[in-house]
Design a protein around this ligand. Structure first.
Ligand SMILES: Nc1ncnc2c1ncn2[C@@H]1O[C@H](COP(=O)(O)OP(=O)(O)OP(=O)(O)O)[C@@H](O)[C@H]1O
Length: 237
């Protein structure tokens, strides 16, 4: 994070896949630490593509991106994994490892980072408890409901305490009540200081986080270039 609380800055970013037309154009915005952002827009507007830029799964075709004060465009490839570890990711389809228990799925990022079993056991149990799955730790994903699987995925995304959590339609495969519960988890994380970016079609979710900032994509462009529109509307300070 930089001194003024910026965690990400996009400067005139464009993205095209292959030689096709641009799917994202002229994106200039700043995300600030500790805020909650919703990314909305019609199907095909470019939400997933923009999130992929945020979690460094994709490089832009043009423009500049600064993350945590570092220019990621010129960052050597070998340094990308360290930067990626600062961003947790949650997907609509959970993407859990089928043959691992809930516990082992959540432990995975800490094991990859080299933590000992002794050190990681406490945090993994604590976070599974926090998402309400203390009694399902040994369950393989296939035996969990969609909402339970998504809570494991959220626990896995935040176990290494990322500065930012990025979620792509995280409530797309759960019912309305579970969607509200998942958004409450994101909100709690945000209140503890994690910057949160959630892409969603579901405009009802936006009302559940009153202080959220809305980024609206329209055919690859941000219709509010400052990303500062609020929903419900609130006076800007
Ligand atoms: N790997 C790819 N190769 C080529 N074109 C792609 C690729 N991924 C996405 N696109 C195109 O980029 C555009 C934006 O897609 P993207 O998935 O980012 O939109 P979205 O807003 O997330 O859509 P949805 O809400 O339907 O998931 C679409 O026209 C899509 O067809």
């Amino acid at each position: 994070m930089t001194a003024d609380g910026e965690i990400i800055h996009f400067d005139n970013v464009g993205l095209r896949y292959g030689t096709d037309r641009e799917v994202l154009s002229d994106l200039t915005f700043t995300l600030h630490a500790g805020r909650f952002y919703f990314l909305t827009g019609a199907s095909g507007a470019g939400k997933t593509s923009l999130l992929r830029l945020l979690y460094l799964a994709q490089r832009p075709s043009r423009g500049g991106i600064r993350m945590f004060g570092t220019d990621v465009i010129t960052l050597p490839r070998a340094e990308l994994p360290v930067m990626r570890r600062r961003v947790g990711v949650v997907f609509q389809d959970f993407r859990l490892v089928d043959h691992l228990s809930a516990y082992d799925n959540v432990a995975l990022p800490l094991r990859v980072a080299g933590h000992s079993e002794q050190d990681l056991a406490g945090p993994v149990r604590d976070i599974l408890e926090w998402v309400g799955l203390a009694d399902r730790m040994d369950a393989p994903p296939a035996t969990l409901s969609g909402g339970e699987q998504q809570r494991v995925a959220i626990a896995r995304a935040v176990i290494a305490r990322p500065a930012m959590l990025v979620a792509d339609e995280p409530t797309g495969n759960v019912d309305t009540d579970m969607a509200a519960k998942l958004i409450r988890l994101f909100d709690m994380l945000n209140r503890q200081g994690t910057t949160v970016v959630v892409a969603t079609h579901d405009l009802d979710l936006l009302r559940k986080v009153p202080d959220s900032l809305i980024m609206r994509l329209d055919k690859g462009r941000l219709s509010d270039p400052t990303g500062a529109l609020r929903y419900p509307p609130r006076k800007l300070t």
